[in-house]
Write a protein that binds this ligand. Sequence first.
Ligand SMILES: [Zn+2]
Length: 174
Amino acid sequence: MKYLDFYKYLKGMNKQVLLLNQDSTPLNIITISKAFKLISRDKVWGDVSDEFIEVVSVSKTIKIPKILILKYYVKLPYKKASASRQNILKRDQYCCQYCGKEMNNKDATIDHIIPTSKGGASSWVNMVASCRECNLFKGSKTPKEAKMVLKNRPKEPSYGFLFESMLITFRKKK
Ligand SMILES: [Zn+2]
């Protein structure tokens, strides 16, 4: 099998590899075909854990490490996590920030602390996870007006937060 055919074969596989920066900090989750490309170009080492994904094709069997480390250092640009519904819910761990009730993805709503009608922004610091009851009760009032107290002061999460949720996705797919 030629390199290109084999590359195509890998592309069809639904497998992922964890890519670490030269200093061993997590960088990205990449597809197995991208991992193969990096290995072929001598840009990465396998990590010490010795865990492999075995790829068996017509003409050859190759082992691709599940964790790869770059041979050079990539400087990361500061990456901001978007204040999406999913990211807000993850940050607040699916707990209503007013009554503390645990919610699932379906029941959870997003509350604008300062309502949009009063000029509140759709930002990390102005949005929290809220159960329907609390959200309905609060309506278009501020927490002070509604006499409600937030459990936590909403903050913008760090890059690590994004990576953590990425890693969870990676583990699920294995
Ligand atoms: Zn609630």
